[in-house]
Design a protein around this ligand. Structure first.
Ligand code: NAP
Ligand code: F7E
Length: 346
């Protein structure tokens, strides 16, 4: 039987790749979109289906992780076999500015959704599986390499909220026998990455500097190390966790760490630029408490799930730079066209 999935955070980077994956496997995909005064569906426009189309397999619902009534209604309307909780205020620096909202969406949002699922399972007797999007940020200051046995040491309101969501998942699994898998994913990036995360900020700047649209790039701490993988590879691991016979917790990582400076060097040199001519340090981007070194040990995901990420660090950087060079070039063309009529007048 074709399955049905419900994704919170479908409009985000991971939500868009996961939707593509599930649709390619024959799933019907329901997604939660939060109300915004401007369009927030750009990452899924290419798979969007008109509500008037018969037999469509991508169905969007307005709901919000801060509103349990709406979540309950969407679960009852979509009858999912699998729920992927990807929705979150996912920016670590922003979580210091908006701690209460971050905890509400990321920690309380998870328990709201779990509780809706618990009631739904109890009332209907249906089997539903749940994926919780945990993060390497939960390890924070713990010594690398980090794996499922490493103790959490969160260093931001975002990370603390994700730790709470992780333990809500463990508790609901043990208390009610629900199938709940916690992914502990290390940083994963792509051409669809939000533009205020450091990787995309760097590749976006490389493209715009090459196109003559930007002069400087202001960054914070260049010394922190991250284990960066490709988001397209990581959504495969999410799906695999829900296909396994038993629910569990899995670290998902490449096992290779690089500094922000190394990401910068690789991006700019691939774009034919010397980063030292363009980059300035702005302490505004420093964090009150930094996470210095994240390096994942994903042996359990490799052996139990058979998950092995094919994309290398260099391939990831080049994919992002190539995409942002094309994007900047199209921005430049639009800008040139805008000025063309004015030039023609003089
Ligand atoms: P993202 O691009 O920031 O997407 C977050 C998604 O959550 C967006 O669809 C966003 O909607 C939605 N959202 C935010 N607040 C919400 C709310 N109150 N109610 C409902 N939806 C809400 O994040 P991502 O990179 O795809 O990451 C997916 C998940 O994995 C997140 O939970 C993140 O914390 C976690 N994670 C990410 C990484 C990583 O390296 N990418 C690593 C570990 C864990 P809008 O589009 O309207 O903003
Ligand atoms: O920062 C440093 C910054 O914001 C990476 C989220 O997806 O991954 C992400 O969180 C590093 C940090 O990602 C700038 O201080 C320097 O050390 O790209 P980031 P993150 O904080 O690692 C985890 C796994 C998640 O779960 C999160 O949801 O880069 N850095 N200069 C900078 N960071 C930013 N954003 N901007 C700078 O200008």
């Amino acid at each position: 039987m074709p399955k049905t999935a419900l994704i919170t955070g479908i409009t985000g980077q991971d939500g868009s790749y996961l939707s593509e994956l599930l649709l390619s496997k024959g799933y019907t995909v329901h997604g939660i979109v939060r109300r915004s005064s401007s369009f927030n569906t750009s990452r899924i426009n290419h798979i969007y289906e008109d509500p008037h189309d018969a037999g469509r397999r991508l169905i969007l619902h307005y709901a919000d992780l801060t509103d349990s009534t709406g979540l309950r209604r969407v679960i009852e309307a979509s009858l999912p076999d699998e729920i992927y909780n990807l929705g979150a205020q996912s920016h670590v620096r922003v979580s210091f500015e908006n701690p209460e909202y971050t905890a509400d969406a990321d920690a309380m949002g998870a328990i709201r959704l779990l509780d809706c699922m618990r009631d739904h399972v109890q009332h209907t007797g249906r089997q539903v599986r749940f994926y919780q999007a945990g993060s390497s940020e939960m390890f924070g200051a713990a010594r690398p390499p980090q794996n499922e046995k490493t103790s959490f040491y969160p260093r931001s309101p975002y990370a603390v909220s994700k730790v709470a969501a992780h333990w809500f998942g463990v508790n609901y699994r043990e208390a009610y026998g629900l199938f709940i898998a916690n992914g502990i994913l290390f940083n994963h990036e792509s051409p669809r990455r939000g533009e205020t995360f450091v990787t995309r900020k760097i590749t976006r700047a490389a493209g715009r500097i090459r196109a003559g649209l930007q002069r400087k790039l202001y960054l914070g701490n260049l010394d922190s190390r991250r284990d960066w993988g490709f988001a397209g590879d990581y959504v495969q691991a999410m799906w695999s966790m829900l296909q396994h016979s038993d629910p569990g917790d899995f670290v998902v990582a490449t096992g290779e760490a690089h500094t922000v400076r190394e990401f910068l060097e690789e991006s700019f040199s691939y774009a034919g630029l010397d980063w030292k001519k363009y980059v300035e340090i702005d302490p505004a981007y420093f964090r009150p408490t930094e996470v210095d070194y994240l390096l994942g040990d994903a042996q359990r995901a490799r052996t139990v799930l058979g998950w092995n990420p094919p994309t290398t660090f260099r391939q990831l950087v080049h994919m992002m730079v190539d995409s942002d060079l094309r994007l900047a070039e199209s921005e430049r063309l639009v800008q040139d066209q805008k000025f063309a009529p004015t030039l023609a007048l003089v």
